[in-house]
Write a protein that binds this ligand. Structure first.
Ligand code: PEP
Ligand code: MG
Length: 551
């Protein structure tokens, strides 16, 4: 047995053979054609036809949104204008591969220049071209391998489109060489409840057909596992799947202590799915996701419509909306400066909003209007807040504009260190463990090379959370957690033990967290938290809290 380590996403585990994501194809050379033109043309037409058929069949099998995407791609492969362009280029002396490459590329450039919806389809066109060229070369097409047998997908990293189209009956788990716990692959894997281990430095040594155990809870990939390890993994997989199908109840501990379980959302369209999974409200609505492609600041009316749609989905429920969190990996053209040497440490979050207060005022006004038009219990919070003075600035402005409950996110260690002062001015605090970990450990959350530092189990992060929990208890100020940490069932228990009064997460994680909370009393959660605080590393803290020796 060889054990590779990375960062686990979720609690799942899977056993199965490896299938590697094929490497991207090399660009066809410009060497003149050696086969006769009519032969090259016939080959190109056959390849286009085969790809078109494959995409159509795959779409029919997938159904739903995936079918729409795949059928649109099939239409690209059968576009007569593209075929004519390929034939023309072959006539000019190009090989079939080169002619396909150039013809698709010129259409791609054209689509990109049109922008909007058509511009977004340009990447799909590239994918079709890659498939046609792979067919001409007789090599596997790039993208998720096609298979009827379940497998564990190993890749350098996955494009969001690859992850979104995964067939969950076939792909048992994901293992990637790159990426951290808050990379797109991780977030999508969590949203789809697929076990993943990301940032596995040794992933390149895994070969097609190798049998592995991918254990997201332990963050390990075991190559050639012995029969006992396979048995243990299969048993745990069965347990994990049972948790996902247990009855939906409100979040509470074994002694009945309520711990509301809320959803992290990025669009009102996600509300129905979250409610179906038992979300008791919204703990983090990321408003910036609505406006990532806007050049100009959204109007009050446009925002009001979105917020009203969101709040209307949760009558009588708590909905925590975050003011625009622009900067670093989420630039907003109308809020953030173009160039910064260290964008994570730059003019982001509340700092950017304060520099353009008109944008913040419009957003708070739109939220107040939505609050009056609906029956939800709206709470509004600011991201990336440094201290009590900044908290006061935000809370006062929010109140001036009609918001009834205003609070701040705890993402910067400085805010946690003055938690007692913050609790005097904020109506509530919500801990963003993704950024709190990034800033406490001084490790860029987007960087695979330092992904091992991005672990909220680190005692330094837990101690800051404890300080926030204690401050909240003393001042009777609610302290929620809305970072990815709340989606880890073992850590969720510890967070409650440290004083978190609600937990918010991607809706797919609700079932496992609900099941984990039901297993402990408040006293036990506090004992586990106290043990975790004494660890010297993240792995030690986890092992101490869960009572396992395993790192
Ligand atoms: C966080 O930082 O933990 C958080 C919830 O915000 P985001 O992931 O959007 O930065
Ligand atoms: Mg954040």
């Amino acid at each position: 047995m060889t054990e590779l380590t990375g960062t686990g996403v979720g609690r799942g585990v899977a056993v199965g053979p490896v299938r590697r994501m094929p490497e991207p194809l090399a660009e066809p050379t410009t060497e003149p054609r050696t086969t006769p033109a009519d032969e090259a043309e016939a080959e190109a037409r056959a390849a286009l036809g085969a790809v078109q058929q494959w995409l159509t069949a795959r779409g029919a099998a997938a159904g739903g949104d995936a079918q729409e995407v795949l059928e649109a791609q099939a239409m690209m492969a059968s576009d007569p204008a593209l075929a004519a362009d390929i034939v023309k280029r072959i006539g000019e002396g190009r090989s079939a591969e080169r002619a396909v490459f150039e013809a698709f590329e010129s259409f791609r450039v054209l689509l990109t220049s049109m922008g909007g919806y058509l511009g977004e389809r340009a990447a799909d066109l590239h994918d079709v071209a890659q498939r046609v060229i792979a067919h001409l070369r007789g090599v596997p097409a790039p993208g998720v391998p096609d298979s009827d047998e379940p497998f564990i997908l190993v890749a350098h990293d996955l494009a969001p489109a690859d992850t979104a189209l995964l067939d969950l009956d076939i792909v048992l788990a994901l293992v990637t060489r790159d990426g951290g716990p808050t990379s797109h692959t991780a977030i999508l894997a969590r949203a789809k409840s697929i076990p993943a281990v990301v940032g596995v430095a040794g992933a390149d040594q895994l070969r097609d057909g190798d049998v592995v155990v991918a254990d997201a809870a332990a963050g390990t990939v075991t190559l050639s596992p012995d029969p006992a390890a396979v048995d243990a993994a299969e048993q745990r997989r069965a347990l994990w799947r049972r948790a996902a199908t247990a009855p939906i109840t409100d979040g509470r501990l074994a002694d009945g202590t309520p711990v509301p379980l809320l959803a992290n959302l990025g669009s009102p369209d996600e509300a129905a799915g979250a409610i179906a999974l038992g979300a008791e409200g919204v703990g983090l609505f990321r408003t910036e996701f609505l406006f990532l492609s806007s050049d100009a600041a959204p109007t009050v009316e446009a925002q009001q419509a979105q917020y009203t749609a969101l709040l209307a989905a949760f009558p009588g429920r708590k909905v925590v909306v975050r003011a625009l969190d622009a900067g670093a990996d989420k630039p907003l053209a109308f809020l953030t400066a173009a160039e910064e040497e260290n964008p994570a440490l730059g003019l982001r979050g509340l700092r950017a909003l304060r520099a353009k207060e008109g944008v913040l005022r419009d957003q708070l006004t739109a939220l107040a209007l939505a609050q009056e038009a609906t029956e939800a219990d709206l709470w509004v919070m600011a991201p990336m807040v440094a201290d009590a003075a900044e908290s006061q600035y935000f809370v006062e402005l929010a109140r001036e504009l009609g918001i009834r409950t205003a609070g701040v996110m705890a993402e910067v260690p400085s805010l946690a260190l003055v938690a007692d002062q913050v609790m005097q001015v904020a109506d509530f605090v919500s801990i963003g463990t993704n950024d709190l970990t990034q800033y406490t450990m001084a490790a860029d959350r987007m960087l695979g090379s330092v992904a091992s530092y991005q672990d909220p189990w680190h005692p330094a992060v837990l101690r800051l959370i404890a300080q926030l929990g204690t401050g909240g208890a003393v001042a009777s100020t609610p302290v929620g957690v809305c970072g990815e940490a709340a989606a880890d069932p073992d850590l969720a228990v510890v967070l409650v033990g440290l004083g978190a009064t609600s937990l918010s997460m991607t809706p797919a994680a609700l079932a496992e967290v609900r099941a984990a909370l039901l297993e402990v009393t408040l006293e036990e959660a506090r004992e586990r938290a106290a043990r975790a605080l004494t660890g010297r590393t993240a792995a030690e803290a986890r092992a101490l809290a869960t009572g396992t020796q395993r790192a």
